[in-house]
Design a protein around this ligand. Sequence first.
Ligand code: F6R
Length: 613
Amino acid sequence: MCGIVGYIGPRDATPIILNGLKRLEYRGYDSAGLAVLQNGKIEVRRDAGKLSRLEELLRESPIVGAPGIGHTRWATHGAPSVQNAHPHLGQSGDVVVVHNGIVENFLELRDELRAEGTIFRSETDTETIVHLVEHHQSAGLSLIEAARRTFQQIKGANVIVLMSAREPEKIIAARLGNAGGIVVGFGDGEMFAASDIPAILEHTRKVLFLESRQVATITCQGVTIETLEGKPVQPQVSNVPWDPVAAEKGAYRHFMQKEIHEQARSLTDTLAGRVEFDTARIRLPELNLDAALARRINKIYITACGTAAYAGMVGKLLIEKIARIPTEMDIGSEFRYRDPIIDENTVVLAISQSGETADTLAAMEEGRRKGAVIWSIVNAIGSQAMRIADGYISMQTGPEIGVASTKAFTAPLVDQYMLAILLADLRGTLDDKTRHALVADLRLIPNLAGRTLSREADVELVAHSLKDIRDCLYLGRGINMPIAYEGALKLKEISYVHAEAYPAGEMKHGPIALIDENMPVVALAPKDPWYEKMVSQIQQAKARGGKVIAVATDGDELTASMADHVLWIPETPWMLSPVITVLPLQLLAYHIAAIRGLDVDQPRNLAKSVTVE
Ligand code: F6R
């Protein structure tokens, strides 16, 4: 959701902020704006619509100067419009603010400010922030004091960046709760602030992440961090291992296509440093898991949303199969509302690409409140889900920009497979032969992914034959049942085709009534323990006139003889098969959307980081 970029330094802030905002487009937004100090006066350009509209405004009426702050807004309070777009200026025009989150007590604050004569020009909650800062400034407080006083008054989870023409040598950034992160970037005589690393990766890899209830005063020379109460905090600077090219589209048409193809490499990175093939041992040091902890765990709740939840469904099966620990997958938005049974021997394992998803974070907090051990599998370095956990596994896939998650789906499948082996090994329940066999299979995965992705042209041909469909049914069983859900989600979110997924065995209990020549059926039929069952499902679908697109293993003549189209995959060890079977389904959804001419990387109504409940 909303994206924030700030710059202070000798260069012109406008292009730096614009480029940074472009790198945050993936977060989803419906209006954009920036404010830059030009000749001692704050100039604002903003409007509803995409960044191209903001660029148009800046061409008509350029602003040159620094510092500056910019914003892409995903509307919560008030429709996407020029008045509601950020940045918001105060009455005097001396203070300007951008904001991500929700000021929960804004109605009350607005009434108080109105009673004192403040005129509001937007419907947003954000505007209260700027008026409060001005109000405190006019009472004689410095910018940082006025800002801190304001942050203490507002309720809710919020990230705020502001600046003032009266104190042009600084930008203030604050993080209050879990409304997304804020990263401060260190340059040479210049500094940056942003919602996420890709926005500033071309300028610096030296960064620090603000914790909740911390306020940063950023100048050209560096940053001072204080708590909300004004207590100094020692900055913890880290280096981001990501390559700036990772956030570029390169020769691909869309980020999603690039990220699908990156999976051969990202899966190699997922294994890097974690697997000792000679001894068949797994190392996940950041998880802080030792034998004593492994032995006392009696239940694992995996919790996540959307695609990450489907990865968790596969993880449940893997952990139960390999480590024999009872495991449940719970949707993040439901977990905290159903009073889950948790004690100190329970693990709550959150999976999140962004590490910012409000519902997943709330599920982690529910686990924490009830005394569970909290783990996370996270892609975004330094994100909240990484920091509030007792231990974590970093996905090591690099930034994922396309809104539809792809490489951040396959990485946690492998992470959970490794976790299951490690748990079983530490609990002493895995014999050497099985452990060696399971670990050896990991070595095959990057190559199998590469071979599957090299068949993109075949998938594209199938996509052409499906380009006009209105509905689609996805069926799978066992370990590939979650892949049916994931395939259907990919199709609906980027192609806007109504797609439903079912455990194939459920067909005869109702959904089979849907099947006719207008209802294509995507059937996951790799050579796994559920293969025969899937063959009979395909026969049943064919018997009702359905058009079947099967995901099948090379050489499977039986499936080929029944299906209308086959998306072939190479033979894969069954416990790792979801990592491979999902690839043609990602490509299929991608190509159907691309053929339809849709905005693949930023599908309508969706945001990359869902930082509100
Ligand atoms: C679908 C998709 C979403 C996310 C979900 C959770 O392609 O991207 O369903 O998986 O919003 O997001 P994270 O993983 O950031 O917690």
